[in-house]
Design a protein around this ligand. Structure first.
Ligand code: MN
Length: 148
């Protein structure tokens, strides 16, 4: 399955890098370069996962995430926050806003696709659980910066 992934990023270089990494993994990619556009695209296209830069024009990644979490249909949408640098206390902020995981830049070309694959797998498993299949939670080791 070519899962639909929305990349929200206003830095063209980072956008190009993530496109390159994720195209190689055969995902169907959607792109947004500001917070408002991100919100519109999620509602319209219903991606399977969102990579959300936090510092964005028009509306921050936090605000976009909070608004999405207020809509029941996006309550469980996997969202990975991307930050320029992780500071003490940031983790709490990401989680409070409703992000499922975060990565700090510079983008790690191995870590990003691993995290995405693990999160999509976890989502599939929880869907199976909902219909009564005994899905197992994945046990991929994601390294320290990621947090579900
Ligand atoms: Mn940015």
């Amino acid at each position: 399955m070519n899962e639909k992934i929305l990349i929200v990023e206003d830095n063209p270089q980072n956008m190009r890098l993530m496109e390159m990494i994720l195209r190689a993994k055969k995902y169907a990619l959607l792109k947004a370069t500001d917070g408002k556009e991100a919100l519109d695209i999620v509602v319209r296209e219903r991606p399977e996962l969102v990579i959300m830069d936090i510092q964005l024009p028009k509306m921050s990644g936090y605000e976009v995430t909070k608004r999405l979490r207020q809509m029941p249909e996006f309550a469980n949408l996997p969202i990975i926050a991307l930050t320029a640098y992780a500071m003490k206390g940031d983790e709490e902020k990401f989680i409070e806003a409703g992000c499922d995981a975060y990565l700090s830049k510079p983008i790690n070309t191995r870590e990003l696709p691993e995290l995405i694959a693990a999160m999509l797998e976890r989502k599939d498993n929880s869907n199976q659980n909902q219909v009564g299949g005994g899905g197992q939670i994945g046990h991929t080791n994601l390294g320290q910066p990621s947090k579900f």
